[in-house]
Design a protein around this ligand. Sequence first.
Ligand SMILES: Nc1ncnc2c1ncn2[C@@H]1O[C@H](COP(=O)(O)OP(=O)(O)OP(=O)(O)O)[C@@H](O)[C@H]1O
Length: 251
Amino acid sequence: MILSVANQKGGVAKTTSTLAIASRLKQEGYKVLAIDLDPQGNLSESVDAKQIEVPTVYELLKEEITVREAIQSLNFFDIIPSNIMLAGAEQELSATGKEYRLKEALESISIEYDYIIIDTPPSLGILTVNAFTASDEILIPTTPGIFAVNGIEQLNNTIKNVKKYCNQNLKINGILVTRFNPRANINKSIKELTENLAEHIGAKVYNSYIRNSVVIEESQANKINLFENYKSATVTSDYSNFINEFLGEQL
Ligand SMILES: Nc1ncnc2c1ncn2[C@@H]1O[C@H](COP(=O)(O)OP(=O)(O)OP(=O)(O)O)[C@@H](O)[C@H]1O
């Protein structure tokens, strides 16, 4: 399965969720490739991938290298890294067929992986469109309270356009509530609001949600795998529960 983790809102835990999902699926014995499609390169940094003077997703989208040249096999999982050069891709990718670059690049290797997980930037430009065109499904992480009507409609319009012109089989996998503070007493209404908005786009909200935890920043800064070194943290069990629910949906 090729899964995009997407939401044009910044800071909703797209990268954190991509990292956790890819790490956990690898630990469960699946063959996993992660793709960092965000010019900020946070996913690449969190797993200590090489980003300077190596082939990255930027050169791949420009068709200057083969996909195998871009893949780094790390302890965490295999990854195609990005760096800040990717910020130029929005302008540089202008030729016809620019939406299909990632899909075409992945064709020769997708059979070798059980899961390809794509971390997308906080925008709905050509990078996100490349991710959606290449994907089977989209997971939408959201933080409580910011899942506003116009945001979800913009995202849904992009999904609809990609379905119409580039990838008719694209599906929304679900919505994952992240950075949740269980102590806030507005939570019930947030869950209801999220579910109402999800209905708008025909998507479901996962029962599992991810709580706030200092362990997240700490593990990312130190490039440490949550599932190996923070096994007893609440946020690690939150992501484990989510993965169980995610895998259960596919049976
Ligand atoms: N469950 C959590 N608890 C505490 N902090 C978190 C949690 N999830 C994410 N964060 C922190 O929130 C910040 C934003 O997370 P992240 O980078 O994953 O979001 P993003 O949606 O990928 O952001 P961007 O839109 O900038 O790409 C990071 O500093 C991250 O460490």
